[in-house]
Design a protein around this ligand. Structure first.
Ligand code: AP5
Length: 216
């Protein structure tokens, strides 16, 4: 089963994907995390991606599609995946459909997490992440047990470079212009389920799991 998590920046895709991956056994594939790993590693891909990410722009399709398809070709993604942050353009969605079709597979369900632009601003302004395991916190909604430290590994939490106000605003515009058209694309394909993302994380997770029962 291949699932796509769709939604604006800060909708809670990463937060939910971690739990859903545990519940479903699907491998969590997050293109944003893959780019950040490359940035930290100082790879050629990381240097290129950083120029776009810091401004809140999308990394070019050609590079992103190649990275994602290579990831899906690995053993742990042969029978399914939980895609978080991909696809983000129509070109990416079409490339994904084509690649899965060649394997006799398809995108089975697209889960759209809906939140308002005001909520996005509140969430991203207060987000802290662990540079080691990617755990996601929020200074008021989901604070760590010890301020500034990861609950799991104790490492100092960091704020993402693209969580600055100008980059957040640009990410929202880019989402509306380039990613929101995917809502129509997947609705027409009969694959989209929308969930209200402005509830507690547990309530959002329950709605997402309910939506998945239709697929199983
Ligand atoms: P990416 O890392 O994918 O960022 P994003 O889509 O902007 O999404 P975020 O990670 O910001 O938010 P999220 O929805 O995962 O929310 P989270 O769970 O963290 O991409 C970053 C960049 O990489 C892009 O801008 C682009 O440059 C590049 N890129 C990536 N993929 C690409 C692609 N396919 N093509 C081209 N370029 C690409 O939650 C946010 C906060 O809210 C947290 O603090 C959390 O604790 C809190 N929270 C979560 N849920 C709730 C809730 N229910 N109630 C209250 N608070 C909550």
């Amino acid at each position: 089963m291949h699932l796509v998590l769709l939604g604006p920046p800060g909708a809670g895709k990463g937060t939910q994907a971690v739990d859903l991956a545990k519940e479903t056994g699907l491998v969590h594939v997050a293109t944003g995390d893959m780019f950040r790993e490359n940035v930290r590693g100082g790879t050629e891909l990381g240097v290129l991606a950083k120029q776009y990410m810091d401004k809140g722009e999308l990394v070019p399709d050609e590079v992103t599609i190649a990275m994602l398809l290579e990831r899906l070709s690995r053993d742990d993604a042969q029978t399914g995946s939980m895609l978080d942050g991909f696809p983000r353009t129509l070109e990416q969605a079409i490339a994904l459909d084509k690649a899965l079709e060649e394997r006799g597979q398809r995108v089975d369900r697209v889960l759209l997490i809906e939140v308002s632009p005001d909520e996005v601003q509140r969430r991203l302004g207060g987000r802290w992440t662990c540079p080691t395991d990617g755990a996601i916190y929020h200074e008021t909604n989901k604070p760590p047990a010890v301020a500034g430290k990861c609950d799991d590994c104790g490492r100092a939490l960091i704020q993402r470079d693209d969580d600055k106000p100008e980059a957040i605003a640009r990410r929202l515009t880019v989402y509306n212009e380039q990613t929101a058209p995917l809502i129509g694309y997947y609705t027409e394909a009969g694959k989209l389920t929308s969930v209200n993302g402005e509830q507690s994380p547990d309530a959002v997770r329950a709605d997402l799991l309910n939506a998945l029962k239709e697929v199983a």
